[in-house]
Design a protein around this ligand. Structure first.
Ligand code: SAM
Ligand code: SF4
Ligand code: SF4
Length: 340
């Protein structure tokens, strides 16, 4: 199945697909799934509303026919979805998939890393916001220990998976962890990426004052461990990359708030219940599940997706600054729903 590859209204191709495989998570990070909102009675999706592995694979095939080369599995916490390695194996069989990655909180990786690698997963991005036990326990909202995640990282390394670490920095919350995190992962030789705290969803009480701008973090680290800039690898790369001078170890900065990178955004997202979103900050999605469960052929679904992409003009981060000035609020999908 080959289709004309669509470009959106801002001339951006469709290259990356992020599949959320569950809306559940074993953590309650305040900035994503605050415990007071995602409590014991929260109506998570029932199993029959989640896309099945067969549906996710079929959809991946359709997206690949439209130009997608990289697929990232996310959540909620993707490893909460049972038998996830089977899905990786199925996606890995699709001709044209060049890279399969997963974003995870790392807490279950000791159990799954090996099986995931065997099934064809290439890379994991592991989220870790602090090396301080108390702060980390507080930030993950469930008292998980730092060592659990570090063991997960170790397991991923042993399994031969590519590894990156993501740290979301919130001013006044975990900014004292910037240097210890940089040192730890510099010594380990893993790429650490600092992410600006974003105004995703409607529940995390985001304020611009809580954002720690990447350029300030670069300065702090450069003073202690001199850095040199690295050229971008490819069109649409989201992180500004640096190398610790005299080493091959890199560090990255994802400046989603202070330096919008919408102009090269090639990502489509599908939520666990099968809605397609053309932006992380979209307020509504397009229902793919009902099409997958109807008589529609792959061809018809491809045409539907191509038309959505063709209409796309999202550039929320570019517009955010204006919105923040006028204090205008829009309703947005929750991060735990579409997985970042
Ligand atoms: N549970 C997995 C994890 O935490 O890695 C995957 C899903 S999580 C929603 C994906 C990424 O989004 C994580 O790296 C997380 O730190 C990041 N994230 C969540 N809320 C965020 C926010 N408000 N601002 C910036 N990044 C956020
Ligand atoms: Fe869970 Fe990831 Fe959201 Fe934290 S960021 S609550 S680990 S989905
Ligand atoms: Fe892409 Fe939307 Fe993020 Fe801009 S704000 S980079 S369009 S997901």
């Amino acid at each position: 199945m080959e289709h004309q590859k669509p470009k959106d209204q801002l001339n951006r191709p469709l290259r990356d697909l992020r599949l959320s495989v569950t809306d559940k998570c074993n953590f309650r990070c305040q900035y994503c799934m605050p415990a007071e909102i995602f409590g014991p009675d929260y109506p998570f999706l029932p199993q029959n509303q989640l896309l099945s592995f067969e549906e996710l694979t079929r959809l991946s095939k359709v997206f690949v026919s439209l130009g997608v080369e990289k697929i990232r599995i996310t959540g909620g916490e993707p490893l909460m979805r049972r038998e996830l390695p089977n899905l990786i194996h199925m996606i890995n069989q699709i001709p044209g998939v060049k890279d399969i990655a997963m974003t995870t909180n790392g807490s279950l990786l000791t159990k799954y890393a090996h099986g995931l690698a065997q099934a064809g997963l290439n890379r994991v991005t592991i989220s870790l916001d602090s090396l301080d036990e108390d702060r980390f326990a507080d930030m993950n909202g469930r008292g998980y220990a730092v060592q659990t995640v570090l063991d997960g990282i170790e397991a991923a390394e042993q399994a031969g998976l590519g590894i990156k670490i993501n740290m979301v920095v919130q001013k006044g919350k975990n900014d004292q962890d910037i240097l210890p995190m940089a040192k730890y992962f510099k010594d380990k030789g893993h790429t650490l990426r600092f992410i600006e705290y974003m105004d995703v969803g409607n529940t995390n009480g985001w304020k611009l004052d809580h954002v720690y701008p990447s350029r300030d973090i670069v300065q702090i680290i450069d003073q202690q461990y001199p850095l040199e800039a690295v050229e971008p690898h490819y069109y649409g790369e989201v992180a500004n990359r640096y190398r610790y001078k005299g080493t091959n170890t890199e560090i990255g900065f994802i400046s989603s708030v202070t330096e919008a990178f919408c102009s090269t955004c090639t990502r489509a997202r599908v939520s666990a219940e099968g809605k397609m979103y053309t932006c992380l900050f979209a307020s509504s999605g397009y229902d793919l599940r009902s099409r997958l469960r109807s008589q529609d052929s792959d061809q018809m679904i491809a045409t539907y997706i191509r038309d959505i992409w063709g209409q796309r003009h999202d550039q929320y981060s570019v517009d955010r600054v204006k919105q923040t000035r006028t204090n205008k609020k829009t309703k947005k999908v929750e991060m735990s729903h579409i997985g970042g």
